[in-house]
Ligand binder design. Structure first.
Ligand code: ADP
Length: 360
């Protein structure tokens, strides 16, 4: 059987105040009438003297002082209730104002969010256009540069030319190669940033790849190479073309940032049985500890002195992005020989071995 619940209608503040005001006057008055009538009756009937009864101290106490005290107590309660009502009214008004402000701010934020999303979309499309443009220009530059490099290579070999002309041609060939490398860097970076870099991993033999990279970069240099190669090195799992590019970057820097004639050490060893550590170590001026993490950022040139070799601060950034795209890692250790005037640095990369990567 259902239970019927009775609910009292809420009393408005005005009627509550009217009830209390009525009570404040009605209750003491009723008390006065009742007690006076009682005392009057008691004394008239008891003593037969109504005048004495009226001035009697009991009438004064129960008929006047008592009701006055009750009126004062109700007055005090009334003031407290009034103060509470005022506080409630103020609180409700503040709540309404607050809700209004929240709605207003929410609308403003939604509007700003919309504007930000639109600006973001515009920036994205501009960025894509920029990357496409850079990729197109670099691609168009690469083909004629390759032809130029080949022609200059052949011309420098021509024994019929005077020595001075061959010297000039050799400088042109080296500058053209530098330009080709730079264009290739820009092309790779624009591919990476547009998310269009294609990685084709497969088993790669590290020693021949290191030899090839060193051969290309140091072909014109008399710098000695020192090999520190571990035996029975398993093949790595990497994109051969991209990995060679990373190695070329590190060897190029070792050559660029160390005095002529100083050797470069190349090493490759198995580490933790899971990955290969490839190291390129030089006898250069080393890298300050505070610069060692930021040199892998875009456009960061650790050595900002005017005497520093020319560069754009893109080589190590590209190397990091390329190696990370192949599930590898890159780092630097410097100084390698702290007490030496040329303390040197060692750049190292980790690449997974083919056996493990294929299993995973
Ligand atoms: P770039 O050589 O064009 O400046 P990189 O990104 O290749 O750009 O290198 C960033 C910075 O790291 C260089 O400017 C240089 O200060 C420092 N650096 C890189 N390789 C070496 C090295 N082998 N020895 C000393 N400093 C190096």
């Amino acid at each position: 059987m259902g239970v019927t619940k009775f609910k009292m209608a809420p009393i408005s503040i005005a009627s509550k105040r009217a009830y209390i005001r009525l009570l404040q006057w009605a209750l003491p008055l009723s008390l006065f009438v009742l007690s006076t009538a009682y005392e009057f009756g008691e004394h008239q009937i008891g003593h037969g003297d109504p005048i004495a009864a009226l001035v009697n101290a009991e009438v004064l106490l129960f008929g006047i002082v008592g009701p006055c005290a009750v009126a004062a107590a109700i007055g005090y309660i009334r003031r407290m209730v009034d103060a509470q009502d005022e506080a409630q009214i103020t609180l409700e008004r503040l709540n309404r104002e607050l809700e209004g402000k929240v709605v207003e701010r929410t609308l403003a934020l939604e509007h700003q969010n919309g504007e930000l999303a639109r600006a973001n979309a515009q920036l994205r499309s501009l960025d894509e256009m920029k990357s496409e443009f850079v990729a197109m220009v670099s691609h168009e530059l690469r083909a004629p540069l390759t032809i130029l490099n080949g022609a200059l290579e052949v011309a420098t070999q021509d024994k019929a030319l005077p020595q001075t002309s061959r010297g000039t041609l050799a400088i042109m060939a080296s500058e053209s190669k530098r330009l080709t490398d730079f264009v290739q860097t820009i092309l790779d970076l624009s591919r990476i940033e547009a998310g269009k870099l294609r990685v084709n991993p497969g088993p790669v033999a590290i020693r021949p790849l290191l030899e090839q990279a060193a051969g290309v970069i140091l072909s014109q240099s008399a710098r000695p190479l020192i090999w520190d190669h571990c035996d029975d090195l398993p093949p790595a799992w990497a994109d051969e073309v991209l990995l060679e590019e990373v190695l070329r970057n590190l060897i190029r820097n070792a050559d660029k940032y160390s005095p002529p004639g100083q050797p470069i050490h190349l090493s490759a060893c198995l580490q933790d049985g899971r990955r290969i550590r490839i190291g390129v170590r030089d006898h250069g001026h080393g890298i300050a500890p505070e610069a060692q993490t930021r040199i892998f950022d875009r456009f960061d040139r650790g050595d900002a002195r005017e005497s520093a070799p020319a560069g754009w601060g893109l080589g190590l950034y590209l190397a990091r992005r390329l190696i990370e795209a192949q599930s590898g890692a890159i780092g630097v250790r410097s100084p390698v020989a702290p007490d030496h005037p040329m303390p040197g640095s060692e750049f190292y990369i980790f690449v997974p071995i083919a056996e493990i990567a294929e299993d995973e």
